[in-house]
Ligand binder design. Structure first.
Ligand code: MLT
Length: 259
């Protein structure tokens, strides 16, 4: 199914819509050049990217597979850190896995991080033709909402959820809902044309915002992390607005930077 967004006209004014796209496969690619897109992989890729940049990484380059990371290591100016996971576990031979706890300033400060993850990196790649592209998480929900505000009337705003292996991930719905919560709280723009998917994400976040860590433990992504020995990462990824920075994605090469 393709998520369908149209520009609607109310009393002669043309407004762009605000939508949550539950999976990369549901993205309507023809809309991307007229859209600002935020990619969420709350457990854990987007939380890790935000943490790395907050702790002083020069950039986080997003690469589709292990071979691309190994090649980039030979051409990107040092210092360079290789990072990523397969089935939650660090890729053999890489410097770091995909746990936000690993991305400490003394390890990654000033470095280019070369990152490949199973779902999150691929979702960003799927949206790379967007007019504006951001990385969202609970850690930077308010900063992301503020970065989106200038274009809310001029571009579609698509909150794209990475999911896990083609399945909707509830932690990503909660992350998108957090950004919507801050858009509404920051603008009082109830008049904006939110889709029902956007309202659902908003209410999902509203229902659990006082117990985010507990909520994140309940979904399949949380259970996977607990079973893989990474339960502490759930609490790190649940710290609402603890990393107040907007993260944008630049192209050629695809890289995340602070805006
Ligand atoms: C992913 O990108 O698939 C996830 O971030 C996996 C993980 O939590 O390591």
């Amino acid at each position: 199914m393709i998520a369908d967004i149209v520009i609607i006209s109310i009393y002669g004014k043309v407004w762009a819509m605000i939508d949550v796209v539950f999976l990369p496969a549901m993205l309507n690619a023809t809309l991307l050049p007229q859209s600002q897109v935020v990619v969420f992989d709350v457990l854990r890729a987007s939380s890790t990217i935000v943490t790395a940049l907050s702790n002083g990484a020069r950039e986080v380059r997003l690469l589709p597979d292990v071979d691309s990371v190994l090649h980039a290591r030979t051409v990107v100016p040092p210092p360079v850190i290789t990072a990523g996971e397969r089935e939650c576990v660090k890729v053999p031979g890489f410097d770091l896995g995909n746990s936000p706890a690993e991305f400490e300033t003394h390890r990654i400060g000033g470095a280019s991080v070369l990152l490949s993850t199973t779902n999150g990196t691929r979702a960003v790649l799927a949206a790379h033709t967007a007019a504006e592209l951001f990385i969202g998480s609970l850690l930077n929900a308010q900063a992301t909402a503020e970065a989106l505000q200038p274009q809310l009337d001029h571009l579609h705003t698509l909150l794209l959820l990475s999911g896990t292996d083609g399945q909707l991930a509830q932690e990503d719905v909660i992350g998108a809902g957090a950004v919507l919560w801050h858009i509404l709280g920051g603008t009082y723009r109830i008049d904006l044309p939110y889709t029902d998917a956007a309202w659902m994400a908003y209410h999902c976040f509203a229902a659990v915002r006082e117990r985010l860590g507990a909520a994140l433990r309940l979904g399949a992504g949380g259970v996977n992390l607990i079973e893989s020995g990474f339960e502490e990462d759930i609490d790190l990824c649940a710290k609402l607005n603890s990393r107040p920075l907007a993260v944008c994605v630049r192209k050629d090469p695809l890289r995340c930077m602070t805006s």
